[in-house]
Design a binder for this molecule. Sequence first.
Ligand code: URP
Ligand code: ZN
Ligand code: ZN
Length: 458
Amino acid sequence: MDTVIRNGIIVTATDRYEADIGIEKGKIAALGRDLDGTETIDAQGNYVFPGAIDMHTHFELPFMGTVAADDFETGSIAAACGGTTTFIDFAIQGEGESLHQALETWMNRAKGKAAIDYGFHVAIGDMTDEVMNVEMAEMAERGITSFKVFMAYKGTFMVDDETLFKSLLKARELGALIMVHAENGDVLHYLINKHVAEGKKEPIWHARSHPPEAEAEAAGRAIILAGLASAPIYIVHLSAAEALEKVKEARDKGQPVLAETCPQYLFFNTAHYELPNFEGAKYVMSPPLRDKGNEEFLWQGLISGHLQVVATDHCPFNFVGQKDMGRDDFSKIPNGMPGVETRVPLIYHFGVNEGRFSINRFVELVSTNPARIYGLAPQKGTISIGADADLVIFDPQKEVRLSVENLHMNVDHSPYDHITVRGYPVLTMQRGKIIVRDGQFLGEVGAGQFLRRSRTLL
Ligand code: URP
Ligand code: ZN
Ligand code: ZN
């Protein structure tokens, strides 16, 4: 073997056992005892997880008059330091653009910069006949097997129900998956303008302009349209208990409805918008944080299986120079938060250490389910013979405070600064190469490979 990881406790979505892992040519080649390798890594006392997959990032996203602070280099390095070995970002089609042009733009941003493997979803912004009848199929051929539809951000990304419905019909034919940002964009647009006109401009009014009912309505509508099109649907960054109810209702009837939530909705609530000194701006994103108590419904959704994935929606903006663009008007605060580096330790600490779910469920939520749903299994998302040797050695005793100084994301604050987690990645490996050891990036900028994804395995 080229490399052997010895004595670790291997954890997948289904198993937990002690064994060595033999790696050859970047793939897992053997699982067993006393394997020999040119290089050996001792994982005694540590877990070995499949590399985590964050299928919801926005590196270098131009948005609300600025650009997300992490580019593909800084964002992917930070991801690796936090135990993530694959990300899927979004190429967003502008008006008059083809899907190919949108993909090219984002591919060029990632090329030479991404330090870990990556893929793209394409967000449909201009549903022409060509897009529906030709380009969506061509995208699937190029390994883009998921498409996003924004039901919110009127005036920029939002599209109408006809676009959503056509996307669903075509995706069904292609075996692709439609993902929705589920909020009623017309209602939000009205409420934002009304509140600003009334002089209600503090960050809390962001939440009051994005009520949970607007999320539930859009989620319910998207689910009904998906049913009508006989297509599966995936709801991104689900935040409100009311929206989760719509998912539960549909799933309990057997409809293929999938949904993710993100750490920010599990740890914060609307009280954060009222922090002094404009600190609330750090938590402005869409959908917004919800009232205290909502968090527990989301944890329950992860436990019960009604929610299948924890992703990040990583879209960081500096407090100084970006978030403060909206100091006098919440509607000008760029929407988004950092998270690509902190997801794995947060979900481990608050999910597994705190007894909410098993360590297998943790692996399923951060790695295996994203791989299965987004056409990356069995190459990614598990530890099995033939899979890529994307592995994380995780020390369950290591304590780390999630402060800016201990993190690598290119942003001037950490929303999780007050939290010290127990359990942290100590080594990250991609296709057999060590890319992070003890918080130090040892990989190569630009070494991440574009992943042509196959059809979803629902
Ligand atoms: O506030 C957010 N979520 N920003 C990123 C764009 C999106 O809606 O996913
Ligand atoms: Zn969104
Ligand atoms: Zn997003």
